[in-house]
Ligand binder design. Sequence first.
Ligand code: ZN
Ligand code: ZN
Length: 422
Amino acid sequence: MKVKIIKGTHQIGGCITEITSDDGYKIIIDYGEDLTDDPIKIKKFPIKGLTHGKKEYEGVFITHSHGDHIGLISDIKKNIPIYIEKVSAKVFAVANDFSRCIPINNNLKTFDFEKPIYIHDLKITPYRTDHSAYNSTMFLIENNGKKILHLGDYRSNGYYGENFYENLRKIGNVDLVITEGTNITRVNSHDNKTELELKEEAIQIFKKYKQVFILQASTNLDRLKTFYDAAKETGKKFIVDIATANILKTINDENFQYLQDKDVDVWLSNGYSKENIEFYKKKDADFYDKYIAPFDNVKRSKNSTHGEYVMLVKTSMLKDIKYNLQKYRDNAHLIYSMWLGYRDEKRMNTEKTRYFIKELNKLNIQDEYLHTSGHADIKTINKVLEIIKPKQVIGIHTEDNTLLLLKLPNYVIVNDNESIEV
Ligand SMILES: [Zn+2]
Ligand SMILES: [Zn+2]
């Protein structure tokens, strides 16, 4: 087999990997956009044989529903199948409808974990991994007795961490592993906090304030569990935004039956209020029927925002928060629970997030950072390598993949568009 990292040896997010079998059949793993918090500014990345020209690829395999891994799939030629884990596909569809609204009419094929997919001389087996997106996948690719493991984005500090190691033991030894190295250039990356440790810190914060707003990704269900559990332990109502509510409804996971909980409410933003809803129904009846109607009048939480609560918010909900606080101003606080890069003024497209935080600060609501990484710390990477004992290791999803050379055994430096033989 041959591996080529088309993009991603020197950047976090937007990584694209090409694998070619001995008989010359090619697949792609992940086709997402460069990291941004603004879907309007997504940059295209055309590839011959994938997005235009004669078909050269047998399939595209998606590791998980984050935009930097899946965000560009609508550009893929319709005669190339896109493989994605079945629940991730649904989560992506909801997130896409709420945020970017890119029509996805591709040839999507969903898979179950640990059920191999055969394409000519390639065997591809998806395994579940631990990451900040629900049901993330790593792929074991086999061809003529050789094995490549593409880990996707992963960590071990989430609720699936131990199972992730268990899955690696099932996979056993491989010839080459493609690992992410996101945290290699980030400070304080050596020991990720676990979600359980984060929960304990959240409990302490929740005790100090009456209303706590939380800015986090809707697709980070581990984090949702962390804050839900902390809210339960501190006797606070838990209010989710409508996008998150729809994701909870979609996954139908027995561990996430939060919508059945009487202490959980769904916040229907003012954009969906009685006055606007008639207009909205006309504008996009499908969207209304699918996502709003199931919660309209049932869980409208106008009355629930008295007293003590924890509320998930989006930057688009600034008006709602202001409106609400005019009526019920109390002892409020904001938790920022995402990567700091999304609010770093030196990075592109962070204006919305920074504006949102600044406006809340003006209302006397201070913000506090409470987060743990969705990406492997160096201890986790080394533990992974001890289990699968790869003959060669290459690094992607990192700002500087040469730094991994100092930390990992059998490490090979490859740059974008260089090929490595297995
Ligand atoms: Zn990523
Ligand atoms: Zn990710």
